[in-house]
Design a protein. Structure first.
Length: 246
């Protein structure tokens, strides 16, 4: 079965999951590792807010960007262990795991096949690019990752300036089997009205496969708590999101 056909078919499960208890996918909750939480207390504060929202499982995704955040699986797992210890000491019953958000640059393109990649079970890999300029190798690296057996999740496509003025490019990427992960914050206008409009376009055309908080700080968590009371959030829940199936 091709990747494209795989994602057009809904996975078969014994029972429909409780959509009020879904997985939060994409966040920066490990302390002092990137531009997200700075301290373990920051991590716990944000995780408590996610718990209040009904989240019971978190897949947090620290940046891996050679020039700015040269994190390794060892560094990330060490920080995860600290967070898990703190959760246990504070009697916080939430499952937390790690993947990573890989920055697509020429270094990654030349080295990904020699690296241990922190994927989600099922060989899902989360990637991002420069916000302003479209990488000249974008389609090639997507193709290379797919043919290497990875299921590519494109982080927050609604936020890239090079896509905001070319909505047809969303369709082209989507039709090639690339999975779209939208940020919940994008629907609130937190980043900009233009980004909100793009997120709503992707929702309208049912081109969203996953959503994530992309939490970096408590303001993000609190804004998302408010958003989850909205009609737009209810519309998102009507999609066949992969969050609960990862």
């Amino acid at each position: 079965m091709s990747l494209f056909n795989f994602f057009k078919s809904k996975p078969k499960f014994a029972a429909e999951p409780d959509r009020s208890m879904w997985v939060d996918f994409h966040s920066h909750l490990l302390p002092g590792i990137d531009d997200g939480c700075k301290t373990i207390n920051d991590s716990l504060e944000n995780i408590r807010e996610l718990q209040h929202q009904g989240v019971r499982r978190i897949i947090t995704t620290p940046h891996i960007f050679k020039e700015l955040y040269p994190n390794t699986p060892e560094i990330i797992r060490e920080k995860l262990a600290l967070v898990k210890k703190a959760l246990a000491e504070n009697f916080m019953d939430v499952e937390i795991e790690v993947s990573a958000e890989y920055y697509l640059d020429e270094w990654f393109c030349q080295n990904y096949d020699k690296m241990e990649l922190l994927t989600i079970p099922g060989n899902f890999i989360l990637v991002e690019t420069n916000y302003m300029d479209r990488p000249h190798f974008l389609e090639q690296i997507f193709f290379d990752l797919q043919t290497s057996g990875y299921k590519v999740i494109f982080a927050h496509p609604e936020r890239y300036n090079y896509l905001l003025n070319n909505y047809q490019a969303f369709h082209t990427l989507h039709d090639s089997g690339i999975l779209f992960q939208c940020n919940l914050l994008s629907f609130t206008g937190y980043y900009s009205p233009q980004i909100k409009k793009a997120a709503e376009y992707l929702l309208k055309h049912k081109m969203i496969h996953l959503v994530g908080s992309d939490i970096h700080k408590i303001r993000h968590s609190q804004t998302i708590t408010q958003f989850k009371r909205s009609q737009t959030y209810q519309e998102l829940l009507k999609l066949d999101l992969l969050n609960n199936f990862l």
